[in-house]
Design a protein around this ligand. Structure first.
Ligand code: CAA
Length: 286
């Protein structure tokens, strides 16, 4: 495969991660196509992006003209066919292997021959996702961190059959997005989640073991370990459901007890206390 210069970027799924990735793409000057399943969800993502860009204008980190130009380079769609001209499509849909397999299978006949397909999965195997297409060399992982516009890292994940060209093209895009990309292989949790998931689970177990409140645990880890935000605040930000899913996926692959989600957060997930996105997790949000 010849890897083209990346000029047009597609983002599938405009939830917190997808909207953040689309924001990065338009700020970096890419013509960007964002796809949601309904016009309403697309509008919600557009408003979220416009809000954060306006905050940058307010803080004089961006001019009005740059903000308008960035927003004008984002087109919203509900149709996968809108990705036909994209050189790179980044998938940020729900963390469900079947949903991703179906999506990649549907994208392959739409995108042009040399387009790269990237997944933002946190804990699923990029190699398994790539098995949905007949051209797995074009599939890589581009794993962003939450909140995507603020966190500097992107893990560029090489799956078993990823081509060198696809990996390097994704790495170059990561740099143009203003990130600090690293290259890694498709192992469970890649680099950060392999370490962070069991660490967060240890933190959450301490809630019960040490009979400490979420507020005090957060104070302990920010004031005593220098974390930028405490573990309860962080899991609320990431999403309790996302964290439980990532823990379960890593536990399934590695069978390390520390990977398994503590019962307390599984119960929270089952009760719909998903963190910021539902207004309630360890804390309540407006
Ligand atoms: N998208 C875009 N812009 C955003 C944003 C978002 N989601 N959230 C905030 N901003 C903008 C806002 O405009 C904000 O300014 P205003 O409040 O003036 O509007 C500006 O960024 C700065 O926000 P904060 O004041 O909240 O920034 P901060 O200095 O407190 O830092 C932080 C925020 C970078 C998130 C920091 O707290 C931090 O590093 N936290 C740790 C986050 C972390 O560990 N993330 C990884 C999670 S794990 C993961 O993602 C892996 C996975 O696979 C699940």
């Amino acid at each position: 495969m010849t890897v083209p210069e990346i000029r047009r970027v597609g983002v599938v799924g405009l939830g917190a991660m997808g909207a953040g990735i689309a924001q990065l793409a338009i700020e970096a000057g890419y013509a960007t196509v964002g796809r949601e399943v309904s016009d309403e969800l697309g509008e919600k993502a557009y408003e979220r992006i416009a809000h954060f860009l306006q905050r940058k204008v307010d803080k004089e980190r961006m001019s009005e003209a740059e903000c308008e130009a960035a927003l004008a380079s984002l087109s919203l769609t509900t149709e996968l066919s809108a990705f036909a001209d994209c050189d790179l499509v980044i998938e940020a849909v729900v963390e469900d292997l079947d949903a991703k397999l179906e999506l990649f299978g549907a994208l392959e006949p739409i995108v042009h021959r040399d387009a790269i397909l990237a997944t933002n999965t946190s804990a699923l195997s990029v190699t398994e996702i790539a098995s949905a297409v007949s051209t797995p060399e074009r599939v890589v992982g581009m794993h962003f961190f939450n909140p995507a516009p603020l966190m500097p890292l992107v893990e560029i994940v090489r799956a078993e059959l990823s081509s060198e060209e696809a990996v390097e093209a994704a790495f170059t895009v990561g740099e143009r997005l203003g990130k600090r990309p690293i290259r890694c292989h498709d192992t469970p949790g890649f680099v950060v989640n392999r370490v962070l998931i069991p660490l967060l689970n240890d933190c959450l177990r301490v809630l019960d073991e040490a009979r400490v409140s979420p507020e005090d645990l957060d104070t302990a880890m920010t004031a005593g370990a220098g974390w930028p935000m405490g573990p309860c605040t962080l899991v609320d930000l990431v999403g309790i459901d996302v964290h439980v899913h990532a823990s379960e996926a890593l536990y399934e692959k590695l069978r390390e007890p520390r990977m398994a989600p503590p019962p307390r957060i599984v119960a929270m997930r089952n009760a719909g206390l998903l963190g910021r996105k539902t207004g309630r997790g360890f804390y309540a949000y407006d």
